[in-house]
Every structure is written in C-alpha cells, then in structure tokens.
Write a protein that binds this ligand. Structure first.
Ligand SMILES: [Mg+2]
Length: 125
C-alpha cells in the first residue's frame, strides 16, 4: 500500500462498495427499488433545502462560514450522493462517467460565449 491518495475512480469504487456492503448487511436491497431510491433522494434534497428555509439569499451566502451549518450541509449532500450511488448501482450506471458526460452536454448547451454571467436557460440564450 502506498501513501499516495487513491485515484478518483478508486475512491468512488471504494465508497460505492462500502455503501453496498452497508445496505446488504441490513438486507435493505429489497427496499431499494428505483421508486424508493428516487423518493429517498428527493427527501434528502428537501432536508438540504430545509437548512435554508426562511433565509434570504444574502443570509444563505454567508452560512458556509458557520461550522454548524457546514456540518449539516455536509450530512445532507452526503445523503443525496449516497442515494445517487445506490440509484446508479441499481441501473448499472457508472456515476463518474455519467457525471462527466453531463458536464460535456451542459457545456454544449451553455457555451461560454453565450452563457457567461447569464442565468438564462439554454433554450433562451
Ligand atoms: Mg438527511
């Protein structure tokens, strides 16, 4: 074993395998159909959103400086990510490849020369 950090792919594979082992040790695969995973992801995203409930945009921008808020956001983004990992596994999707492809697709939809500094949807650029 080396002291160098695992590559991104290795780290993802290790994390995915740990999540699958966590699930299988509890015999939860039977509950992890696509519908339930999508619902779980949506609920975790709602928990992330709840952190910012009733905050102004300006307040939300400075919340990252609060360690307690950062810890809660860290938990909720991890929950979201883990549901994505389970969903990708259920569909045989390589999540890293899918995300890389999506960045390329978005780059085509939002060319820098048209979208820089703008928040318009791609079809109205
Ligand atoms: Mg959560």
């Amino acid at each position: 074993m080396t002291d160098s950090p695992a590559s991104g792919g290795d780290r993802y594979a290790q994390l995915r395998d740990a999540m699958i082992a966590f699930r299988d040790a509890r015999d939860w695969r039977q509950f992890h159909d696509a519908k339930n995973l999508a619902e779980g992801l949506s609920l975790e995203a709602a928990e992330l959103l709840e952190i910012f409930l009733w905050k102004s945009t300006d307040e939300s921008r400075v919340m990252a400086a609060d360690p307690a808020v950062r810890a809660k956001v860290s938990e909720e983004v991890a929950d979201c990510f883990l549901f994505c990992v389970l969903m990708a596994d259920a569909f045989g999707i390589d999540l890293i490849d899918a995300a890389q492809k999506k960045i390329q697709i978005n780059a085509q939809k939002y060319p820098v020369e048209k979208s820089r500094g703008r928040r318009d949807k791609y079809d109205t650029l």
